[in-house]
Design a protein around this ligand. Structure first.
Ligand code: C2E
Ligand code: CA
Ligand code: CA
Length: 799
């Protein structure tokens, strides 16, 4: 290997002596900045690049000497100027990284100038020269600047990325030693200082390589400024490496590396002048990524293999072995790999922990009510099932309390949902406080809660707990710091001995019990006990039988005539259902209608009667043509009038029978219209198609006479209790009611007329129609037909 004249790695070829240093770049820059008009931040980088490229061309074309050296120093200085201008014009969030870089570049420019001075003016060839001090001092400044830039771009400490770049740097360090530093040292005999300087350059370059690797691995926006900066650092390292390599393997003083260094200056300056430089110092939106990408794995694998591969190659080539550098490099890489493994393992552990936490949070959310933090319906069902299972094993008593708040809707309506939510939270905590420890309190939804009671000594114990809950919940609540709210609670209780029932059934029973508690006046406990269970079982059987009765056509309609009080003529009939139940005889409606009313079955019965009664009346219309056709009155139950199907049921009965709507009267009771907008709406729809609505059992509800005006009815049917004339007050009331109805233009029917004097009274009061045993009992369809035939419609009533 050719011996080489001691040369500072950054020194350029010798030239003619030069008397002067180039002009100060800062001065030039200040001019540029002052001359900046609008748009300068956008065009700065282009102008600078053009200047840089022109200067590089000039440098290449000029004969080497003081002139080219001045151009060289000028380009370096312009790079410093461009960085400062970039900071001023683009206002990056953090200026420090760029100022460090400017300082580093400035040191290089000084180094260049000092070097040129020695060469061109003093004509001295010293090594190491003072210029080397400036050159070497520049590397750490640049590295710090670049590292600050990277740190600014990483919101979190990226230990894995740091270790990876150390590993790569260590690998390259071994290479650099083997390929560059040691051959350089071997090539000449240096003084200790010169040797130190000689080794310091590749070491400094390795520092920059490490920084370059970090830059490449940094996630975040790949802006133009970022790419230019990468290029600038890469060019610098390339220039240095080329210089060192040429120094080792050639003797001729070639200066092609100078062009590379110049290009590095220009690229660095252009990066700082580019508007995107401002974004480089802001944290990226994309999180730093420390996963092993394929490229990263390849690079790391190569770095780890550098040391053994070097030894192997040297062994094969028969060259002297770099044992110690390779050992040191291997140990460093080995330690780094171990640390990297630790990072990966702790990342996996942390990931698993996060996943576990997330999973248990999700499981909690799925099982709990978000508002009160109590177990939700799903969880409540699980708790009931588990309690029943345990009760079955131990043969013990297990209870379920179903709590439904009284007056909660009013709180929600008058104070708003925020207060309502607060009331529910307070309710939840009061329930938990009042229950025994171990009792599971859950929220089913809305204002419904359940408490599962296990290990009960007796039913009375459950009853005591239920009463305690009601008492606690009825105490005034202070919500929202100032507002005092009072609610109450009704409790339904279901008990299972030895877990012989299932969870759905127990919940259903407790639900039924709370419904009964509410119906019985609220603020109380109702127990779903054995007798109730039997009652419900019977009810279920009866409902099944009624269903079959409809199918098998066991229902009958009996007809009771309604007579005109003045004329004595049959003006119509009330249709009354009977059940010809095999083995039971003819059952009156009171024996099965109330049971049917617990389900939609009642609608089917009403519908059946509607069809038969309208068809029968249409037939009588054909047989008895009259000036004023007869009417048939059909009773409609509460559930049916509230159901949307009622309008359809009536319409199809009319359509099938051909009966004119005016001949059909629907009897409903007053309370059916209380707070029931649907019932009222359906009545209006039916009246609109010509059907008339009669107010049945008038006088038995809490009615006010004034209300008559607003009710959607056409006829008033006064209850028979007002005919009990043994009480004188009834007589007065009856008269008042008839007159009130008339005042609102409503005709009156009085039912339950059993005595002649009652009929007389009605006549005196001007009542239109009467119905009762005096006139006729309800009759089978045949008897009613015969009644019409024989009396030809007129009922003779002796006066
Ligand atoms: P309601 O609508 O008040 O029917 C009048 C009831 O009073 C009938 O009893 C009738 O037989 C009875 N009655 C008639 N005149 C007299 C009298 O002078 N003295 C006495 N003490 N009673 C008299 P019924 O037929 O047993 O019906 C009882 C109830 O069953 C009816 O009361 C009605 O609410 C209901 N009902 C009957 N048929 C149907 C129906 O088809 N559908 C619905 N939903 N309910 C019906
Ligand atoms: Ca009736
Ligand atoms: Ca009635």
């Amino acid at each position: 290997m050719a011996t080489r004249a001691p040369l500072s790695p950054r020194m350029r070829g010798a030239g003619a002596p030069r008397p002067q240093l180039p002009a100060q770049p800062q001065a030039r820059l200040a001019d540029t900045a002052q001359a900046s008009g609008p748009g300068l931040p956008a065009v700065l980088w282009r102008r600078y690049l053009a200047f840089g490229l022109a200067a590089m061309l000039g440098f290449e074309l000029m004969p080497k000497g003081i002139g080219s050296d001045i151009v060289y120093v000028l380009v370096g200085a312009s790079c410093v100027g461009a960085i400062v201008a970039g900071v001023v014009l683009h206002r990056p969030a953090r200026r420090a990284p760029w100022l460090f870089m400017a300082a580093g570049q400035a040191l290089w420019v000084i180094g260049d100038a000092v070097d040129s001075w020695f060469k061109d003016v003093e004509h001295l060839d010293v090594y190491p020269s003072p210029a080397d001090a400036f050159y070497l001092a520049a590397y750490p400044l640049l590295a710090v600047g670049l590292l600050l830039l990277i740190r600014g771009g990483r919101p979190k400490r990226d230990l894995a990325g740091l270790l990876d770049s150390f590993t790569l740097t260590a690998g390259l360090g071994v290479l650099s030693w083997v390929l560059l530093a040691r051959p350089t040292l071997n090539a000449a005999h240096y003084s200790a200082v010169a040797a130190a300087v000689e080794v310091a350059y590749p070491a400094a370059d390795i520092l920059l390589v490490g920084v370059l690797i970090r830059l490449v691995m940094t996630s975040g926006g790949r802006t133009t400024a970022f790419r230019l900066l990468l290029g600038a650092v890469a060019l610098l390292i390339a220039g240095d490496t080329m210089y060192a390599a040429l120094g080792i393997w050639t003797t001729s003083g070639t200066s092609s590396y100078e062009a590379i260094w110049l290009a590095s200056y220009v690229a660095w300056g252009t990066a700082a002048a580019h508007p995107t430089m401002a974004r480089l110092s802001k944290p990226p939106t994309v999180d730093a990524d420390s996963r092993f990408t394929r490229a990263r794995l390849l690079a790391l694998g190569a770095a780890v293999l550098v040391a053994p591969a070097t030894l192997a190659l040297e062994q094969v080539a028969g060259a002297s072995l770099d044992v110690w550098p390779v050992i040191v490099g291997s140990v460093i890489v080995f330690l780094l790999v171990i640390m990297r493994m630790k990072v990966v393992i702790s990342q996996i552990v942390a990931g698993n922990r996060d996943r576990d936490v997330l999973q248990s949070r999700l499981a909690y959310q799925a099982a709990h009510d978000a508002l009160t933090n109590l177990p939700n319906r799903t969880q409540a069902m699980e708790a009931i099932k588990a309690a029943l299972n345990r009760a079955q094993r131990t043969g013990s008593l297990c209870g379920l309390l179903f709590i439904d708040l009284d007056g909660f809707k009013a709180v929600n309506d008058s104070y708003g949902h925020a207060t309502g939510d607060e009331v529910l939270r307070v309710t939840a905590s009061r329930l938990q406080a009042a229950a025994r420890s171990g009792d599971v309190v859950s929220r089913l939804g809305g204002d419904e809660f359940v408490v599962v009671l296990e290990t009960l000594s007796a039913e009375t114990e459950a009853l005591q707990i239920a009463k305690r809950l009601i008492e606690r919940l009825s105490a005034p609540m202070v919500v929202g710091a100032v507002r005092r709210v009072r609610i109450g609670a009704s409790v339904g209780m279901a008990i299972s001995q030895d877990g012989s029932t299932d969870a759905d059934r127990l919940l259903h029973e407790a639900d039924t019990a709370v419904y009964l508690a509410k119906a019985a006046g609220r603020g109380r406990v109702e127990v779903f006990d054995e007798s109730l269970r039997r009652e419900f079982a019977e009810q279920h059987l009866v409902q099944e039988a009624i269903r079959l009765a409809i199918e098998r056509d066991e229902l009958r309609v009996h007809y009771q005539p309604v007579i005109g009080v003045g004329s004595g003529i049959v003006i119509g009939f009330e249709a009354l259902v009977r059940w010809e139940r095999p083995g039971h005889g003819l059952m009156p409606p009171d024996n099965f209608i109330p049971t049917a009313e617990h389900s939609a079955l009642i609608c089917d019965i009403d519908c059946w009667v509607l069809q038969h009664a309208t068809a029968q009346m249409a037939l009588w219309h054909q047989q008895h043509r009259r000036q004023r056709p007869m009417q048939v009155a059909v009773n409609i139950s509460r559930r049916h009038i509230s159901a949307p199907r009622v309008v359809q049921d009536v319409q199809s009965a009319l359509a099938m029978s051909g009966l004119p709507p005016e001949s059909l009267i629907l009897e409903i009771t007053e309370t059916m219209l209380d707070d029931d907008l649907l019932a009222t709406e359906h009545c209006e729809q039916l009246r609109a198609i010509g059907v008339r609505v009669s107010m049945d059992d008038w006088g038995t509800g809490y009615n006010s006479l004034a209300r008559l005006q607003r009710l959607p009815v056409d006829i008033i049917k006064i209850d028979r209790s007002f005919l009990d004339t043994t009480q004188k007050s009834n007589r007065v009331l009856l008269e008042l009611m008839i007159h009130a109805a008339h005042a609102f233009g409503l005709p009156v029917v009085v039912e339950g007329v059993e005595h002649q004097q009652q009929l007389e009274l009605l006549r005196t009061f001007g009542c239109e129609a009467a119905q009762g045993y005096l006139l006729s009992r309800p009759m089978t369809v045949e008897d009613a037909g015969a009644f019409l035939d024989t009396r030809s419609g007129a009922v003779t009533v002796t006066t």
